[in-house]
Design a protein around this ligand. Structure first.
Ligand SMILES: [Zn+2]
Length: 157
């Protein structure tokens, strides 16, 4: 992938091929979700500054609170790969047993994941939510988590 554009300043862009590819990655990794308890599968994909895409799926646990969201899994993959700055986010989630003829509710990141994403993003980072049919919601992290508490609050330098 060539040098990515700065989507934080160009969003929203209808039919953006990079955001479409990011959503495709989230939809694809959703199929790997480990969600035997909720039977609600989620995939997340993060575009980082160097043009790489990191993906993650939700990982549930018999001890329910130990489970991990897809966004947290993707952030872990991003950190393990050495990336630190998110330029765009895609999330796709739906019940495993969903009626294919019915659109499930839009799966936005939970409150904890909005905070997790904020750690590595700025408020203008685009966030697309959708499924194989395409983008269903295009927003920004700042809209989902206004007036966020973040690293700047603790930066003593
Ligand atoms: Zn979450």
């Amino acid at each position: 992938m060539s040098e990515p554009a700065d989507y934080a300043s160009e969003f929203p862009v209808d039919g953006d091929p990079v955001l479409d590819r990011l959503l495709d990655a989230a939809v694809a990794v959703r199929a790997q979700a480990y969600a035997p308890y909720s039977r609600f599968a989620v995939g997340a994909a993060l575009l980082t500054k160097n043009g790489r895409i990191h993906v993650g799926a939700n990982v549930e646990n018999a001890s329910y609170p130990v489970g991990q969201c897809a966004e947290a899994s993707a952030i872990g993959a991003m950190i393990a790969a050495g990336d630190r700055r998110i330029l765009a986010v895609a999330v796709s989630g739906a019940p495993l047993d969903a009626d294919p003829a019915a659109l499930p509710p839009i799966c936005t990141p939970c409150g904890a994941c909005r905070q997790r994403l904020n750690e590595f993003s700025d408020p203008l980072v685009p966030l697309v939510i959708g499924d194989a049919g395409g983008v269903r919601l295009a927003t920004t992290l700042g809209v989902l988590l206004p007036h966020a508490f973040g690293p700047d609050h603790l930066d003593g330098s």
